[in-house]
Design a protein around this ligand. Structure first.
Ligand SMILES: [Zn+2]
Length: 146
């Protein structure tokens, strides 16, 4: 190829992302290099820049992915066969049953939260009463909780 791909800008985001050269993780707020505006987006991580030889990195990653293609194809074929084997014998709940289950879970969560808050109030009241009776409790940090 004769057209140069210029990766000369820098950027960071508040989310994790992936280096397109080495497939490595780019952590939150880590700065990385990107192609200039107007070119197809390509992201290169700091580790690749530190390593220095981008052609070597691109070649190694391409070879690694190429080597994994046959296994990926086998896995996809196995998954397709599995899905096809489920046709005609799979029974699922209705969407309405899902909504009902979600509402039930929400009620359970709210009930647990209500119970937890009552428990905390009761603990704080018990500590207050113990202090009034002169039974000093060394751990008063729990009183700071709502
Ligand atoms: Zn990289």
């Amino acid at each position: 190829m004769s057209d140069k791909i210029v990766i000369g800008d820098f950027e960071f985001q508040g989310t994790r992302s992936c280096c397109m050269a080495c497939s490595g993780l780019i952590d939150k707020f880590d700065m990385y290099a990107i192609t200039a505006a107007g070119q197809d987006r390509f992201v290169v991580c700091g580790k690749c820049l530190e390593r220095g030889d981008i052609d070597k990195t691109l070649a190694e990653e391409a070879a690694r992915i190429r080597a994994a293609i046959p296994e990926r194809i086998r896995n996809m074929e196995a998954w397709v066969a599995h899905l096809e084997s489920m046709i005609g014998r799979t029974i699922v709940p209705t969407y309405a049953e899902l909504i009902t289950a979600e509402q039930e879970r929400e009620r359970e969560y709210e009930e647990r939260e209500r119970h937890w808050k009552e428990e905390r109030k009761r603990e704080i009241e018990e500590r207050r009463l113990r202090r009034e009776r002169g039974e000093v409790d060394a751990d008063t940090s729990a009183d700071l909780w709502p």
